[in-house]
Write a protein of this length. Sequence first.
Length: 260
Amino acid sequence: MSWDERQRAMLAEMGLRLPVRAAEAVERVDEPEVALVERLAAPAPAPAPVISRPPPPVAAPARIATAVPATFAGLDAPALRDAVATCRACSLCEQRRNAVYGNGAVQRAEWLVITDPPDDGDDASGQALSGDAGRLLDRMLLAAGQTRLGESPTAFVTPLIKCRPPRGRAPLPAELDACEAVLARQIELLQPRLVLALGLQAARRLTGLGEPLGRLRGRVHAWRDLPVVVSYHPAYLLRSPADKAGAWDDLCLARATLTT
């Protein structure tokens, strides 16, 4: 597999180094990257991804009634963004500073990136994945041939729920249900080809499985008739850079899913 200079630069910014030409091979790669380098250099094609669908649903627990706005249906993107900014479908609206609608592709999106709920920085800025985690995500997307930036973005990044839960707790079922109506309309507007779920909470909600993140990775799930690939949240990768190699494997799986 060959990589152009831009892709090599993006991978380097993720903390991954590809093999260099023999005349230039003067730098030692760290041990966690050796296996990755060998995989990228191997000529054998990657195996076809295994489609894994959630098991049949079991009886769901009683849900708290929420006033999910019926006006989400049929709204265009600017109107939907405005509706999210003023949404009062669940109690999270009472303590938010800003709802986080998301950003990226305006009409059609190759990838819809759904992350864990907003953190304090996202709540303050109103932007999806702001700060260092957002910058790492942008480099990851570029390395995979996608972008949420510039004049022709191909990806859209949005959180699983649009308001930050207090003290960083996991969202409640009623809060997830309320925001899924927004996600459903975003899918209708963006018509993505693939969903990339970043973080444990996003992964469990979209796959319907309660397994650890490590067991959800490495296979292709299905949600709303879309393929779903699970990976680490960029904020986690900033704390655990050794897992960037695994994140790159996930991005490669997402790319392969759209070419098979």
